[in-house]
Design a protein around this ligand. Structure first.
Ligand code: MMA
Ligand code: CA
Length: 252
């Protein structure tokens, strides 16, 4: 009983001290009516209230800073062809020809030389044959007696049948060779020319103009009656009727 009294007494003192230490009283008015204990101990703070509603929309902000560089775009169309480049440097020297090629070429040369030699021998043989048969060879031309007598027209046919022509001496050497035949047979020979087409203008039978002549003095003098040409045994030329019989000589 004695302890309880002491405790109650102490509690009373604490309460009085605390009450007198406060400047204002935040108690409810009802509490002030309290006679013995004017205010209770203050309660702990309550929980925070709910968030308020959204505020009004703010003003437009300032322009942002320039962004980073974007990725590259698609490849563009092909450009026009460029100019030709400058000449490149000279290439290296080629390989030396093979020995086999050289040997082959030499063999071909030797074969050709042998062929040439055979042909030359054959030509020489034919020349001898032609001379044996009385032919006159002048350079690449050959005159040959074929028939002892024939007119101009007959002679043309005879030579043509042998793949030859009536003789046409075109220089002094050729004329001399033909003259020797005339001299040898002691007969005049018709030449392969005429002025039948154009009186007074003698032409070769292919129509070309004469490039050489050996007219005797005062020849040609026969007019329209003498359209052919004969070579005398002295080598001189005379215009003559075409229907005489003459030594037929052909030219090859
Ligand atoms: C013959 C005849 C002519 C020639 C003369 C030359 C008489 O005619 O061959 O063609 O011109 O002789 O004297
Ligand atoms: Ca004449």
């Amino acid at each position: 009983m004695h302890l309880l009294d002491t405790f109650q007494y102490l509690m009373l003192l604490v309460s009085l001290t605390m009450a007198s230490g406060q400047d204002t009283c935040s108690c409810e008015p009802k509490m002030t009516t309290c006679n013995v204990v004017p205010c209770g101990l203050p309660g702990s703070n309550g929980l925070p209230g709910r968030d308020g509603n959204d505020g009004p929309k703010g003003e437009k902000g300032d322009r942002g800073e320039r962004g980073a560089v974007g990725p590259p775009g698609k490849v563009g169309p092909m450009g026009i062809k460029g100019d030709q480049g400058v000449l490149g440097p000279k290439g290296p020297k080629g390989d030396k020809g093979t020995n086999e090629e050289l040997i082959s070429l030499k063999a071909q040369m030797t074969a050709m030389q042998e062929e040439m030699r055979k042909l030359q021998n054959l030509v020489n043989t034919y020349r001898k044959v032609a001379i044996l048969f009385g032919a006159k060879i002048v350079g690449e031309k050959m005159f040959m007696v074929v028939v002892s007598e024939g007119t101009f027209e007959e002679g043309k046919i005879i030579c043509s049948q042998r793949g030859a022509l009536l003789p046409t001496p075109k220089n002094g050497r050729e004329n001399e060779a033909l003259k020797e035949l005339a001299e040898q047979f002691n007969k005049q020979i018709y030449l392969g020319m005429s002025d039948e087409k154009t009186e007074g203008t003698f032409q070769y039978l292919n129509g070309e103009t004469l490039i050489y002549n050996n007219w005797a003095s005062h020849e040609p003098n026969g007019g329209r009656k003498e359209n052919c040409v004969e070579i005398y045994t002295n080598g001189k030329w005379n215009d003559k009727s075409c229907t005489e019989k003459r030594l037929v000589v052909c030219e090859l």
